[in-house]
Design a protein around this ligand. Structure first.
Ligand code: TLP
Length: 341
Protein backbone atom coordinates (compact mmCIF):
# COMPACT_ATOMS: atom_id res chain seq x y z
CA UNK A 1 0.00 0.00 0.00
CA UNK A 2 1.44 3.35 -1.08
CA UNK A 3 1.17 6.42 1.11
CA UNK A 4 -1.19 9.16 -0.07
CA UNK A 5 0.11 11.72 -2.53
CA UNK A 6 -1.01 14.93 -0.86
CA UNK A 7 -1.20 17.78 -3.37
CA UNK A 8 -3.72 19.89 -1.44
CA UNK A 9 -1.17 22.48 -0.40
CA UNK A 10 2.47 23.04 0.49
CA UNK A 11 1.17 23.69 4.01
CA UNK A 12 0.96 19.90 4.50
CA UNK A 13 4.76 19.50 4.48
CA UNK A 14 6.23 17.98 7.62
CA UNK A 15 9.48 19.16 9.22
CA UNK A 16 12.74 17.53 8.13
CA UNK A 17 14.79 15.40 10.57
CA UNK A 18 17.29 18.28 10.74
CA UNK A 19 14.49 20.66 11.76
CA UNK A 20 13.28 18.27 14.44
CA UNK A 21 16.82 18.00 15.84
CA UNK A 22 17.22 21.78 15.84
CA UNK A 23 13.84 22.15 17.55
CA UNK A 24 14.75 19.65 20.25
CA UNK A 25 18.02 21.40 20.95
CA UNK A 26 16.88 25.01 20.56
CA UNK A 27 18.07 27.56 23.06
CA UNK A 28 14.97 29.38 24.27
CA UNK A 29 13.76 32.24 26.47
CA UNK A 30 10.64 34.32 26.95
CA UNK A 31 10.07 36.06 23.63
CA UNK A 32 7.54 38.49 25.10
CA UNK A 33 10.56 39.91 26.98
CA UNK A 34 12.58 39.68 23.75
CA UNK A 35 14.74 37.04 25.43
CA UNK A 36 14.48 34.10 23.07
CA UNK A 37 17.86 33.93 21.31
CA UNK A 38 16.61 31.58 18.59
CA UNK A 39 13.65 33.82 17.73
CA UNK A 40 15.94 36.85 17.76
CA UNK A 41 18.36 35.14 15.38
CA UNK A 42 15.57 34.08 13.02
CA UNK A 43 14.24 37.64 12.99
CA UNK A 44 17.70 39.07 12.24
CA UNK A 45 18.38 36.56 9.50
CA UNK A 46 14.97 37.06 7.89
CA UNK A 47 15.35 40.84 7.87
CA UNK A 48 18.81 40.53 6.35
CA UNK A 49 17.63 38.08 3.70
CA UNK A 50 14.92 40.48 2.56
CA UNK A 51 17.01 43.62 2.94
CA UNK A 52 14.82 45.12 5.66
CA UNK A 53 15.81 46.66 9.00
CA UNK A 54 13.84 44.29 11.20
CA UNK A 55 11.50 41.30 11.29
CA UNK A 56 8.90 39.72 13.55
CA UNK A 57 8.07 36.04 14.00
CA UNK A 58 4.29 35.58 13.81
CA UNK A 59 2.15 32.43 14.19
CA UNK A 60 0.64 32.53 10.68
CA UNK A 61 0.69 34.24 7.32
CA UNK A 62 -2.79 35.56 7.94
CA UNK A 63 -1.68 37.24 11.14
CA UNK A 64 1.37 38.71 9.40
CA UNK A 65 -0.76 40.20 6.63
CA UNK A 66 -3.38 41.54 8.99
CA UNK A 67 -0.86 43.10 11.35
CA UNK A 68 0.65 44.86 8.33
CA UNK A 69 -2.73 46.23 7.21
CA UNK A 70 -3.38 47.44 10.76
CA UNK A 71 -0.01 49.16 11.12
CA UNK A 72 -0.19 50.90 7.72
CA UNK A 73 -3.74 52.26 8.08
CA UNK A 74 -6.26 54.08 10.23
CA UNK A 75 -9.95 53.09 10.49
CA UNK A 76 -11.88 54.29 7.45
CA UNK A 77 -8.85 54.37 5.15
CA UNK A 78 -8.95 52.77 1.75
CA UNK A 79 -6.71 49.90 0.65
CA UNK A 80 -6.31 49.05 -3.05
CA UNK A 81 -5.95 45.35 -3.65
CA UNK A 82 -6.71 42.90 -6.40
CA UNK A 83 -9.88 40.94 -5.79
CA UNK A 84 -8.24 37.51 -5.82
CA UNK A 85 -5.63 38.18 -3.14
CA UNK A 86 -5.53 35.94 -0.09
CA UNK A 87 -6.29 38.98 2.08
CA UNK A 88 -9.59 39.45 0.21
CA UNK A 89 -10.55 35.86 -0.50
CA UNK A 90 -9.35 33.76 2.39
CA UNK A 91 -8.83 35.89 5.48
CA UNK A 92 -12.51 36.02 6.49
CA UNK A 93 -12.89 39.77 6.19
CA UNK A 94 -10.13 40.30 8.77
CA UNK A 95 -9.08 43.67 7.32
CA UNK A 96 -12.60 44.97 8.04
CA UNK A 97 -12.82 43.13 11.37
CA UNK A 98 -9.43 44.19 12.74
CA UNK A 99 -8.44 47.38 10.93
CA UNK A 100 -11.86 48.82 9.95
CA UNK A 101 -10.57 49.63 6.49
CA UNK A 102 -12.32 49.63 3.16
CA UNK A 103 -10.78 47.17 0.71
CA UNK A 104 -11.25 48.57 -2.78
CA UNK A 105 -10.86 45.51 -4.94
CA UNK A 106 -9.71 45.48 -8.57
CA UNK A 107 -9.96 42.67 -11.15
CA UNK A 108 -6.71 41.08 -12.33
CA UNK A 109 -5.60 39.29 -15.48
CA UNK A 110 -3.46 36.32 -14.49
CA UNK A 111 -2.49 38.12 -11.30
CA UNK A 112 -1.77 41.49 -12.87
CA UNK A 113 -3.79 44.66 -12.27
CA UNK A 114 -2.56 47.31 -14.74
CA UNK A 115 -0.62 50.01 -12.88
CA UNK A 116 -2.95 52.64 -14.42
CA UNK A 117 -5.92 51.01 -12.73
CA UNK A 118 -4.29 51.56 -9.35
CA UNK A 119 -3.26 55.09 -10.35
CA UNK A 120 -6.84 56.02 -11.29
CA UNK A 121 -8.16 55.08 -7.87
CA UNK A 122 -5.57 56.71 -5.63
CA UNK A 123 -7.15 59.60 -3.73
CA UNK A 124 -5.79 61.95 -1.10
CA UNK A 125 -9.02 61.94 0.93
CA UNK A 126 -11.21 64.93 1.76
CA UNK A 127 -14.61 65.65 3.31
CA UNK A 128 -16.23 63.20 0.88
CA UNK A 129 -13.82 60.38 0.10
CA UNK A 130 -11.50 58.21 2.20
CA UNK A 131 -7.75 58.49 1.71
CA UNK A 132 -5.90 55.69 -0.09
CA UNK A 133 -3.28 54.55 2.39
CA UNK A 134 -2.03 51.21 1.13
CA UNK A 135 -1.65 48.90 -1.87
CA UNK A 136 -1.37 45.18 -1.15
CA UNK A 137 0.30 42.83 -3.62
CA UNK A 138 0.75 39.05 -3.59
CA UNK A 139 3.77 37.32 -5.15
CA UNK A 140 3.58 34.53 -6.07
CA UNK A 141 -0.14 34.94 -6.63
CA UNK A 142 -1.99 31.95 -5.26
CA UNK A 143 -5.50 32.25 -6.75
CA UNK A 144 -4.14 33.31 -10.14
CA UNK A 145 -2.41 29.93 -10.37
CA UNK A 146 0.86 30.55 -8.54
CA UNK A 147 1.88 33.09 -11.19
CA UNK A 148 4.66 35.58 -10.47
CA UNK A 149 4.45 39.34 -10.66
CA UNK A 150 7.50 40.49 -12.69
CA UNK A 151 10.08 42.62 -10.91
CA UNK A 152 9.56 45.44 -13.41
CA UNK A 153 5.84 45.54 -12.57
CA UNK A 154 6.57 45.62 -8.83
CA UNK A 155 8.97 48.50 -9.44
CA UNK A 156 6.33 50.47 -11.37
CA UNK A 157 3.88 50.08 -8.50
CA UNK A 158 6.59 51.18 -6.06
CA UNK A 159 7.29 54.32 -8.10
CA UNK A 160 3.58 55.13 -8.24
CA UNK A 161 3.13 54.75 -4.48
CA UNK A 162 6.26 56.78 -3.73
CA UNK A 163 4.80 59.61 -5.80
CA UNK A 164 1.61 59.57 -3.74
CA UNK A 165 3.13 58.80 -0.34
CA UNK A 166 1.22 55.57 0.19
CA UNK A 167 2.49 52.28 1.55
CA UNK A 168 2.92 48.89 -0.14
CA UNK A 169 2.52 45.58 1.65
CA UNK A 170 3.65 42.42 -0.09
CA UNK A 171 2.00 39.13 0.79
CA UNK A 172 5.05 37.09 -0.04
CA UNK A 173 3.75 33.88 1.53
CA UNK A 174 5.70 32.20 -1.31
CA UNK A 175 8.20 34.96 -2.10
CA UNK A 176 11.04 32.47 -2.57
CA UNK A 177 9.03 30.53 -5.15
CA UNK A 178 8.51 33.83 -6.95
CA UNK A 179 12.17 34.81 -6.68
CA UNK A 180 13.34 31.46 -8.05
CA UNK A 181 10.85 31.57 -10.93
CA UNK A 182 11.92 35.11 -11.80
CA UNK A 183 15.62 34.40 -11.29
CA UNK A 184 16.05 37.39 -8.97
CA UNK A 185 17.02 37.60 -5.28
CA UNK A 186 13.95 37.85 -3.00
CA UNK A 187 15.31 41.08 -1.58
CA UNK A 188 14.80 42.79 -4.94
CA UNK A 189 11.09 41.98 -4.77
CA UNK A 190 11.03 43.05 -1.12
CA UNK A 191 12.61 46.38 -2.06
CA UNK A 192 9.34 47.23 -3.83
CA UNK A 193 7.35 47.12 -0.59
CA UNK A 194 7.46 48.74 2.85
CA UNK A 195 6.47 45.48 4.51
CA UNK A 196 6.71 41.86 3.43
CA UNK A 197 5.23 38.75 4.95
CA UNK A 198 6.68 35.37 4.04
CA UNK A 199 5.66 31.93 5.29
CA UNK A 200 7.97 29.34 6.81
CA UNK A 201 5.13 26.83 7.02
CA UNK A 202 4.50 26.34 3.29
CA UNK A 203 7.15 25.24 0.77
CA UNK A 204 9.87 25.83 3.37
CA UNK A 205 8.32 22.95 5.37
CA UNK A 206 8.34 24.37 8.90
CA UNK A 207 5.59 23.24 11.22
CA UNK A 208 4.42 26.76 12.15
CA UNK A 209 5.17 30.39 11.51
CA UNK A 210 5.64 33.33 9.21
CA UNK A 211 7.90 36.37 9.18
CA UNK A 212 6.84 39.98 8.84
CA UNK A 213 9.67 42.24 7.69
CA UNK A 214 9.95 46.02 7.44
CA UNK A 215 11.54 49.13 8.92
CA UNK A 216 12.49 49.19 12.59
CA UNK A 217 9.62 51.57 13.38
CA UNK A 218 7.13 49.41 11.46
CA UNK A 219 8.22 46.25 13.29
CA UNK A 220 8.07 47.97 16.67
CA UNK A 221 4.42 48.81 16.06
CA UNK A 222 3.79 45.38 14.52
CA UNK A 223 5.07 43.81 17.73
CA UNK A 224 2.52 45.79 19.73
CA UNK A 225 -0.32 44.74 17.39
CA UNK A 226 0.82 41.10 17.52
CA UNK A 227 0.44 41.26 21.33
CA UNK A 228 -3.02 42.80 21.03
CA UNK A 229 -4.07 39.96 18.72
CA UNK A 230 -2.76 37.36 21.16
CA UNK A 231 0.02 36.31 18.82
CA UNK A 232 2.95 36.93 21.17
CA UNK A 233 4.45 33.57 22.09
CA UNK A 234 6.82 32.60 24.89
CA UNK A 235 9.54 29.95 24.27
CA UNK A 236 8.88 30.23 20.55
CA UNK A 237 12.51 29.39 19.81
CA UNK A 238 11.37 25.77 19.57
CA UNK A 239 9.51 26.80 16.41
CA UNK A 240 12.00 29.41 15.23
CA UNK A 241 14.74 26.76 15.23
CA UNK A 242 12.97 25.04 12.34
CA UNK A 243 12.80 28.39 10.57
CA UNK A 244 16.56 28.81 10.73
CA UNK A 245 17.08 25.37 9.20
CA UNK A 246 14.52 26.27 6.52
CA UNK A 247 16.37 29.43 5.51
CA UNK A 248 19.58 27.38 5.15
CA UNK A 249 18.26 24.28 3.45
CA UNK A 250 14.80 24.68 1.96
CA UNK A 251 14.91 27.67 -0.40
CA UNK A 252 17.00 26.44 -3.33
CA UNK A 253 15.16 23.12 -3.51
CA UNK A 254 11.89 24.93 -4.41
CA UNK A 255 13.05 24.77 -8.04
CA UNK A 256 12.40 21.00 -7.92
CA UNK A 257 8.79 21.66 -6.90
CA UNK A 258 8.40 23.98 -9.89
CA UNK A 259 9.74 21.35 -12.29
CA UNK A 260 7.35 18.74 -10.84
CA UNK A 261 4.37 21.11 -11.13
CA UNK A 262 5.31 21.65 -14.77
CA UNK A 263 5.42 17.91 -15.41
CA UNK A 264 2.03 17.39 -13.78
CA UNK A 265 0.52 20.30 -15.70
CA UNK A 266 1.79 19.20 -19.10
CA UNK A 267 0.50 15.66 -18.60
CA UNK A 268 -2.95 16.68 -17.36
CA UNK A 269 -3.34 19.39 -20.03
CA UNK A 270 -3.50 16.62 -22.66
CA UNK A 271 -6.24 14.61 -20.97
CA UNK A 272 -9.91 14.84 -22.03
CA UNK A 273 -12.18 16.50 -19.47
CA UNK A 274 -9.42 18.70 -18.07
CA UNK A 275 -7.95 22.02 -19.09
CA UNK A 276 -4.76 23.61 -17.80
CA UNK A 277 -3.55 27.05 -18.77
CA UNK A 278 0.14 26.19 -19.01
CA UNK A 279 1.08 29.86 -19.11
CA UNK A 280 0.06 30.19 -15.48
CA UNK A 281 2.16 27.25 -14.31
CA UNK A 282 5.17 29.25 -13.20
CA UNK A 283 5.88 27.99 -9.67
CA UNK A 284 4.61 25.06 -7.58
CA UNK A 285 0.90 25.24 -8.40
CA UNK A 286 -1.34 23.77 -11.09
CA UNK A 287 -4.96 24.86 -11.45
CA UNK A 288 -6.97 22.31 -13.41
CA UNK A 289 -10.33 23.30 -14.94
CA UNK A 290 -12.70 20.35 -14.89
CA UNK A 291 -15.69 19.59 -17.12
CA UNK A 292 -17.30 17.55 -14.33
CA UNK A 293 -17.82 19.15 -10.91
CA UNK A 294 -14.42 19.45 -9.24
CA UNK A 295 -15.75 17.83 -6.05
CA UNK A 296 -16.58 14.61 -7.96
CA UNK A 297 -13.10 14.43 -9.46
CA UNK A 298 -11.45 15.10 -6.11
CA UNK A 299 -13.46 12.27 -4.53
CA UNK A 300 -12.49 9.84 -7.31
CA UNK A 301 -8.83 10.84 -7.04
CA UNK A 302 -8.96 10.25 -3.31
CA UNK A 303 -9.95 6.61 -3.83
CA UNK A 304 -6.82 6.32 -5.99
CA UNK A 305 -4.61 7.71 -3.23
CA UNK A 306 -4.26 11.27 -4.51
CA UNK A 307 -5.42 14.23 -2.42
CA UNK A 308 -6.21 17.54 -4.15
CA UNK A 309 -8.35 20.54 -3.36
CA UNK A 310 -11.46 21.67 -5.21
CA UNK A 311 -10.91 25.39 -4.80
CA UNK A 312 -13.80 26.45 -7.06
CA UNK A 313 -16.79 24.45 -8.44
CA UNK A 314 -14.89 23.53 -11.63
CA UNK A 315 -11.31 24.06 -10.50
CA UNK A 316 -8.90 21.74 -8.74
CA UNK A 317 -5.63 23.01 -7.30
CA UNK A 318 -2.50 20.86 -7.13
CA UNK A 319 0.51 22.06 -5.18
CA UNK A 320 3.91 20.39 -5.27
CA UNK A 321 6.24 20.46 -2.28
CA UNK A 322 9.12 18.64 -0.62
CA UNK A 323 6.96 15.66 0.41
CA UNK A 324 6.01 14.93 -3.21
CA UNK A 325 8.72 13.19 -5.24
CA UNK A 326 8.97 12.16 -8.91
CA UNK A 327 7.28 8.83 -8.23
CA UNK A 328 4.38 10.61 -6.52
CA UNK A 329 4.00 12.85 -9.56
CA UNK A 330 3.81 9.75 -11.77
CA UNK A 331 1.13 8.27 -9.49
CA UNK A 332 -0.84 11.52 -9.59
CA UNK A 333 -0.65 11.62 -13.40
CA UNK A 334 -1.83 7.99 -13.59
CA UNK A 335 -4.73 8.76 -11.25
CA UNK A 336 -5.80 11.75 -13.35
CA UNK A 337 -5.61 9.58 -16.49
CA UNK A 338 -7.95 7.05 -14.87
CA UNK A 339 -10.61 9.63 -13.99
CA UNK A 340 -10.28 11.72 -17.17
CA UNK A 341 -12.73 11.61 -20.03
N1 TLP B 1 -2.87 29.80 1.83
C1 TLP B 1 -3.48 28.49 2.04
C2 TLP B 1 -5.00 28.62 2.07
O1 TLP B 1 -5.39 29.56 3.00
C3 TLP B 1 -5.58 29.00 0.74
C4 TLP B 1 -3.02 27.57 0.95
O2 TLP B 1 -3.21 26.35 1.14
O3 TLP B 1 -2.50 28.03 -0.07
N2 TLP B 1 -1.05 34.43 1.79
C5 TLP B 1 -1.11 33.50 0.83
C6 TLP B 1 -0.77 33.88 -0.57
C7 TLP B 1 -1.49 32.19 1.13
O4 TLP B 1 -1.57 31.31 0.16
C8 TLP B 1 -1.79 31.86 2.47
C9 TLP B 1 -2.26 30.48 2.86
C10 TLP B 1 -1.70 32.86 3.45
C11 TLP B 1 -1.33 34.15 3.06
C12 TLP B 1 -2.04 32.62 4.90
O5 TLP B 1 -1.12 31.82 5.54
P1 TLP B 1 -1.55 31.02 6.88
O6 TLP B 1 -2.27 29.80 6.42
O7 TLP B 1 -0.24 30.72 7.54
O8 TLP B 1 -2.40 31.92 7.70
Amino acid sequence: MHRLVDLRSDTVTVPTPEMRRAMANAEVGDDVYGEDPTVNLLQERSAELLGKEAALFVPSGTMGNEIAVKVHTHPGDEVLIDEDCHIVKWELGAAAFISNVQLRTLPNQKGIVPVDEYAKRIQAGDDHVPPTRLICLENSHNAAGGVVLPLEYMREIWTLTQRHGIAVHLDGARIFNAAIALGVPARQLAACAHSVMFCLSKGLACPVGSMLCGSRAFIEEARRVRKILGGAMRQAGILAAAGLVALDTMIDRLAQDHARARRLAEAIANMPGFRVDLETVQTNMVYVQTEQPARCIVQQLETLGVHCLDVFPHTIRLVTHKDVDDEDVTRAIDAFAKVSG
